[in-house]
Structures are given as structure tokens and as C-alpha cells.
Write a protein that binds this ligand. Structure first.
Ligand SMILES: Cc1ncc(COP(=O)(O)O)c(C=O)c1O
Length: 455
């Protein structure tokens, strides 16, 4: 049979399939999904990838009836594990259009309109942090790639500005620094981590950092090129002493990277803004809109105070790229470890533009108020202990007398009964549970129900 060039790209009945997908999207964003999987993953799995194709209708049915029900709803108000997501319906819907529009977000030449919109959203974040006018960056897939890209830029900068290269490069972190940073340093970059002991709540402080570096042998200290401060630790929701550690970094000519993948959104909330003092001196800063800024996966805003340093590290060179690199255009590809990229900041931009930044401020403040009410419930409960005072929207709590296995049983039972999704954790070896609130639809009553379930 002669090949039909239109078979894939102009299939008959495509409009009806797109409408069906749009209808399912409307239903999903307006509806109230169950928190847990409502069905186990189909076993044996349905055979869907075949030589002839099963047709869009059947593939869609398999998705809707067998596969989607085996996924947890991360945006459910009682999904409180890890760091949840809570994309606005506008962000979710716009993501659908972005995906269908084949927008290339890597270069100004190809995607100027998209880049312009993404940059306006990045500017809002840069202004919240008080970064300089020239600051800029790019949306990458997540905090992991954001942290890695920033640290690679930091080391390139050190390599090109130092008179001598140390035997081993090193970066200051704490035990609460996110695993992605340690992974970036040790496994990807072959860089040492200098462990600064956290204070009672795990915060990196200027005093502890000074004591740590003073105690290091000179050749180890000489290898330090950056400090990672965490603006909202994942497990505890605690913000490091950014001003204190930043001052030491500046005095030593070290790069200050601030990891706000989860907690950076708190910059928009007046009630906690004070905690971030010093972030305005960051050389690089990340925050994930797919966490507490109400956008869709996968989206991390990566900002540099001086983007030229990042460009020097990340811009790729090849004959076929000369056409893009010839002008001083703003090419998002130049600011992280990637080349091709989807314009993943657009769903965030669309929702932010439509709702306005005040609505974001209010929504983040609301989640903080609900968390504070939840922490109060824990303090008042005889069966529970508040393990650590969080700065942001995390609650870490322990049930008297419970071991790790009790938490694991409770967690599985909550999900099975569709009450909520939380997972056990540990704090300094002590088994406990934690929750994170990023969804403005989560209520104090939701938290009360969770806490009551540990009686
Ligand atoms: C503080 C912090 N940094 C980095 C990350 C990694 O982000 P991602 O999962 O988007 O790669 C997380 C994820 O929870 C985080 O909380």
C-alpha cells in the first residue's frame, strides 16, 4: 500500500478527539477527583502499543478507565505528602494549548513571544526577591535541574576568575539541604560538600558557617566556591539565615545560591517575607511554580543576578547554532543544562497574568494561615507532639508511642480509605509524620480530620 503522508498528521476525525480531550480537561479541572488511586494499576497491563494502532477512541478509553484511575491526585486538598502541587485551572488549561502549539522555547528567534511572556513572569519573581535589574534566567524542569545548572554556572565562574584551581572544589551545605544539591555536587560535578551543622531547627546560620570554615585546613577552605542556602527546607519548612551566610559568601568571593524550590513562593507573603532577608544578594535563586505557585508540572524558575555568568557556562556552540548565537538575543537555552525546551513557564504566566499577583499573595497567605491553625491543633492534641516549629507551610508531628511501622500502617490506611495522602518521615532519627500545605483549598478541618485519624 502506498504510504499516506496524512495518516499521522491529518487523521480523519481529529477534531472529535481534540474535543473529547478538551471535555475531559474541563471535567478534570472543574471536578473533584478522589485523592487516592481509585483502581490498582491494571494487571496484566493492557496492550496498547501495536503495529496497527488501537485507535484514538480506544486509547482514550484505556487511559480514562484503566490508567488515570491508578494515579494519585497531587492537587487534591488532602494530598499533603512530599510537596504537593495545586495548579490553577487556568494554568492547567493553558498547558494544554502550549503542548498543542509546538512552541519552541529555546530561542528568541523561534519563540520571541513566548520568551517575552516567560521573562515577565520571571521578572515578578526577581522583584519579589529584590534581585537587580539585570537579573534573568529561565524556566527549567524542576528544582533538581535548577540547582545543578546554578552550581555549574557558579563553578565555571570560579574557574575563570580564580588565579589557581584547587585540588578539590567544595560547596557549603547542611543536613537539611535538598538531596538534589548533594546529588549534583557529589555524583554529577564531583565536588565535595562541606557540612555546616544546622541549629536546633536545622537552619544554616552565619555563625555556624564561620565556625565550620575557620576549622577547615587552608587547602580545603580554598576549594569552596559556593554556599547553598535553603529558603524553605523540604522536610521541615525552615528558612536558613540567608543574610548571615550570604555575608560570609560575599566576603570570601563565593557564589550564594538560594534553593527556594518549595519555599521561595513565601516571598510573596508579607507575613513571612522578613525570613528571606539577604536573598537580594543571591547570585542564583530557584523556585518551583509547580509546587507553591500554582502551576503545572514541570516548572522551576531559575534566576541569576548576573545572567552573563550563566550564559558563559551554559551556551552551547555548534556550526548550526551560529544563526541563533550571532546576536545578543535572549535565548533561554543559554541559561541552564538543556538546549531544546518547551515554554514551560507559559501556563504559570497565563494564570498570573489573568488573576494578578495580589491573588497569588493572598492564596499563599491563606495556606500559611491554614498551616498555623493546623500547628495549633497539634499543640492542643494530647496524642500529638509538634516536632519542629516550621517557618512556612509544613507541619512535622509525632504520635506518642508510635514507631515507624505504625506510621507506615496509618499512612497506607488513610490512602486506602481515601481520607488523605501523607507519608512517614524522620526527624533526627525519630519516626514522625509531616504534611505540607500548598493548596488554598485545603482547610483547617481537613487537617483536623487527619490529626484525629492518629488517635
Ligand atoms: C528545597 C528543594 N529543592 C529542590 C527540590 C527538587 O525539586 P524537583 O523535584 O522539582 O526537581 C525540592 C523538591 O521537593 C525541594 O523541596
Amino acid at each position: 500500500m502506498a504510504p499516506d503522508p496524512e495518516r499521522l498528521h491529518r487523521p480523519a476525525g481529529v477534531d472529535a478527539v481534540v474535543r473529547a480531550l478538551a471535555d475531559m480537561t474541563v471535567e478534570r479541572v472543574a471536578g473533584a477527583p478522589a485523592v487516592g488511586p481509585v483502581a490498582p494499576p491494571p494487571s496484566p497491563p493492557p496492550v496498547t502499543v501495536t503495529a496497527e494502532g488501537i485507535g484514538a477512541d480506544r486509547a482514550l478509553r484505556v487511559w480514562a478507565e484503566q490508567l488515570a484511575p491508578a494515579c494519585i491526585a497531587v492537587d487534591h486538598p488532602r494530598y499533603l505528602a512530599f510537596i504537593p502541587g495545586a495548579p490553577t485551572p487556568l494554568a492547567g488549561a493553558f498547558d494544554m494549548l502550549v503542548g498543542a502549539s509546538s512552541i519552541y522555547g529555546g530561542s528568541w528567534m523561534e519563540g520571541a513571544g513566548a520568551v517575552l511572556a516567560e521573562n515577565e513572569a520571571l521578572r515578578w519573581i526577581a522583584d519579589l526577591a529584590g534581585l537587580p535589574e539585570r537579573a534573568g534566567g529561565v524556566f527549567v524542569s524542576g528544582g533538581t535541574v535548577g540547582n545543578l545548572s546554578a552550581l555549574v554556572a557558579a563553578r565555571e565562574h570560579a574557574r575563570h576568575t580564580r588565579s589557581a584551581v584547587p585540588a578539590r572544589w567544595a560547596v557549603c551545605v547542611t543536613e537539611e539541604t535538598h538531596s538534589s544539591v548533594v546529588q549534583a555536587l557529589r555524583t554529577v560535578m564531583d565536588v565535595d560538600a562541606v557540612l555546616v551543622p544546622g541549629d536546633a531547627r536545622g537552619r544554616m546560620t552565619g555563625a555556624a558557617m564561620r565556625a565550620t570554615i575557620d576549622a577547615l585546613p587552608a587547602e580545603r577552605r580554598d576549594g569552596i566556591f559556593a554556599v547553598v542556602a535553603t529558603a524553605g527546607s523540604t522536610n521541615l519548612g525552615v528558612v536558613d539565615d540567608i543574610a548571615g551566610v550570604g555575608e560570609i559568601a560575599r566576603a570570601n568571593g563565593w557564589w550564594l545560591h538560594v534553593d527556594g524550590a518549595y519555599g521561595g513562593a513565601g516571598l510573596a507573603a508579607p507575613s513571612v517575607r522578613e525570613l528571606y532577608a539577604g536573598v537580594e544578594h543571591a547570585d542564583s535563586f530557584i523556585v518551583d511554580p509547580h509546587k507553591w505557585l500554582f502551576s503545572t508540572f514541570d516548572c522551576c524558575a531559575l534566576l541569576y543576578a548576573d545572567p552573563a555568568r550563566a550564559r558563559a557556562a551554559h551556551m552551547q556552540h555548534a556550526d548550526y547554532l551560529d544563526a541563533l548565537n550571532a546576536d545578543a538575543d535572549w535565548n533561554p537555552s543559554d541559561y541552564a543544562i538543556h538546549l531544546s525546551r518547551r515554554a514551560r513557564g507559559l501556563p504559570f504566566w497565563f494564570s498570573l497574568a489573568a488573576h494578578g499577583t495580589d491573588a497569588y499573595r493572598d492564596a499563599i497567605e491563606h495556606t500559611l494561615a491554614v498551616t498555623r491553625a493546623g500547628a495549633e491543633l497539634v499543640r492542643a492534641a494530647e496524642h500529638l507532639d509538634l516536632v519542629v516549629e516550621s517557618d512556612l507551610s509544613v507541619i512535622v508531628f509525632a504520635r506518642s508511642g508510635w514507631e515507624q511501622a505504625d506510621y507506615a500502617r496509618w499512612s497506607a490506611d488513610l490512602l486506602r480509605r481515601q481520607i488523605g495522602f501523607l507519608v512517614p518521615t524522620r526527624h533526627r532519627g525519630r519516626p514522625c509524620a509531616r504534611l505540607a500545605v500548598v493548596n488554598p483549598l485545603t482547610t483547617a478541618d481537613d487537617l483536623r480530620e487527619i490529626f484525629d485519624s492518629l488517635r
